[in-house]
Ligand binder design. Structure first.
Ligand SMILES: [Zn+2]
Length: 400
């Protein structure tokens, strides 16, 4: 069995290459914004919807007119940028159709455009472009040159797409690979149910807690404070620019912590269990929650504690989505079985006597059954119910 997987490595560009990488990113950003402007104007002035095909056909002229600028880069990476805009519009129209009121696709300002993708290895880019080099790995990027890669692990499978991403002052290359051989783990003979929570990312039906979310919540508090601070700064001021940088740095930190916690928790589960039952995420319920009001420039309108808890909650919620994605990749590669169950009533049903009542749940952490008096950690109780629901699903599927 083979799976798709991505590999991310730090780049070690020369000073000249940093200048070229920066220019490459800036030109792709300019292309994205110009194509967005084109679509908006056509729609406003003439009610016409411009499509990807038309914009892609224009690329030839744009490149010919600007050989020292847009003409320097790969045709394919520019097409990928236009496709990215097309995707943003596709998502926008899908949400309109669903009766939601989505924000119109936005212009990408400084620091909001950080990735260029080359959709095919060998087309404007080449992974491991100097395979004979005794000491280092290189990636060749059109218009930039041979950039040295800090390759800290082996790449498996076939390289499909190559992306370059800027994170703060660092540059990374991300390879998306197909046909990566799965690495099945030996069977353990044990199955488990997991509950995803606020204080702990995961609690198992065996009563174990995995990956503490308190770190993440602390960081989210600081992020909320930084965003309030940002909203008080005058537009275009030096202080505002500094505040924007601080918010971006905290966002990056939250992302790193979340990824790190999710990877560790997923790895521990996949190693220990053959079958993992989890609750299916209910995205609709999550988005119905009141959210903090954005001020339209990347900050948040002050609305006190509500904004804080809203942001905090949304960061933890987003963590569950990330965690489940990582868990499913690891489970697939390790040959483990994942079962998703409907989470309805799993947190209010007594795992001991099956009595179901909202009053059973005393606090966030404590479950005390009003019928039989059974007392247990609320997350463990939920995990046991999730586990049973998963086994019932599997039995039903086998019987059918
Ligand atoms: Zn009970």
């Amino acid at each position: 069995m083979a799976v798709r997987r991505s590999f991310k490595f730090l780049l070690r560009p020369t000073r000249k290459q940093v200048v070229a990488l920066t220019a490459c990113l800036a030109d792709h950003q300019q292309l994205y914004n110009a194509a967005l402007e084109h679509r908006r104007t056509a729609y406003r002035k003439a009610g016409v919807t411009v499509r990807y095909g038309e914009q892609s056909a224009e690329l030839k002229h744009i490149r010919a007119d600007d050989p020292g600028g847009q003409g320097r880069w790969s045709f394919s990476s520019q097409q990928a940028t236009l496709r990215r805009l097309d995707k943003a519009f596709g998502a926008f129209f899908a949400r309109v159709k669903a009766g939601l009121v989505p924000g119109f696709p936005r212009f990408k300002g400084r620091g909001r455009f950080d990735t260029v993708e080359w959709p095919k290895d060998g087309d404007g880019c080449r992974w491991d472009s100097q395979p004979g080099h005794p000491a280092a790995t290189y990636v060749r990027l059109q218009g930039i040159g041979q950039v040295r890669v800090h390759q800290h692990r082996r790449v498996l499978g076939t390289v499909k797409t190559i992306s370059v991403k800027r994170e703060g002052r660092r540059w990374y290359v991300i390879l998306s690979c197909d046909d990566v051989p799965a690495q099945p783990l030996p069977a353990t003979g044990v199955a488990v149910g997991i509950d995803m929570g606020v204080a702990w990312l995961v609690t198992t039906s065996d009563g174990e807690h995995v990956a503490n979310q308190r770190h993440l919540a602390t960081c989210a508090d600081r992020l909320a404070a930084a965003q309030r601070e940002l909203s008080r700064k005058e537009r275009g001021s030096h202080r505002r620019r500094k505040a924007v940088a601080r918010v971006a740095a905290l966002h990056a930190k939250v992302r790193r912590q979340r990824l790190d916690g999710a990877h560790k928790a997923a790895l521990a589960l996949v190693r220990a269990y053959d079958v993992i039952v989890h609750e299916a995420l209910q995205v609709a319920t999550m988005t119905r929650r009141a959210a903090p009001k954005p001020d339209g420039e990347g900050g948040w309108l002050p609305n006190g504690a509500a904004a804080k808890s809203g942001l905090n909650k949304s960061i933890l919620d987003a963590g569950w989505g990330v965690f489940l994605t990582i868990l499913s990749h690891k489970a697939e590669s390790a040959g483990r079985e994942l079962i998703a169950v409907n989470p309805a009533n799993t947190s209010r049903t007594c795992a001991h006597c099956r009595h179901c009542a909202a009053e059973n749940r005393v606090t966030q952490a404590e479950f005390r059954c009003t019928a039989c008096g059974h007392t247990v950690h609320a997350d463990v109780n939920a995990a046991i119910n999730i586990f049973r629901a998963g086994l019932a699903l599997r039995d039903a599927a086998e019987a059918a």
